[in-house]
Design a protein around this ligand. Sequence first.
Ligand SMILES: [Ca+2]
Length: 198
Amino acid sequence: MTYSSLKLACGTAALFTVAALPTAHAQADGRFVRITNNAPNQFLQLGELEAYFNGVNQLLAANGGTIESSVAVNGLQHGDIQRVINGFLDNGADVYNANPAPGNSVTTDLGETLSIDNIRVGQRGDGCCQDRLSNFTIELLADDGAGLPGASVFSENFPGIVPDSSYQNFVVPEPASAALIGLVGLGLLARRRRARTA
Ligand SMILES: [Ca+2]
């Protein structure tokens, strides 16, 4: 999905990016939003994570929902993990930056199970080093019953690079829709197999 963005230069201050908010879509219920690095030789540098319902960023609205980080190899390069949910795109050493390794991840907690219709991933805001937010998996996870991340409700691999100083939006489908798409896919596969063996 693409959406327009409007960049406003404010005097000599930093360049601000105002991106159109995602509109409501089908939704799924979950509690945790996770981004996982898939690249072996690349930082995971994240300006912001957002989880929307009806145009409201529930991660920002939760304000106090705890946040977790998994940095599987070599730990954290720099940054404060709370900046991942502070409502804007951070710059320089302030931006959250996990060291390169597949599996290094950031998990945010909505504080309770909520309906989510869009997830957005935000770049570093100053235009530097934009390839550090690429080749990742974004997920919405259920509560496991003990307040910890459980089953994956929605998962999408993103092999590209998030737009410069802006956001990449991910539409969260209803679980039933996702299952239906899977069934349609299986049906097409079966047809192809039948066609090959005919
Ligand atoms: Ca931020």
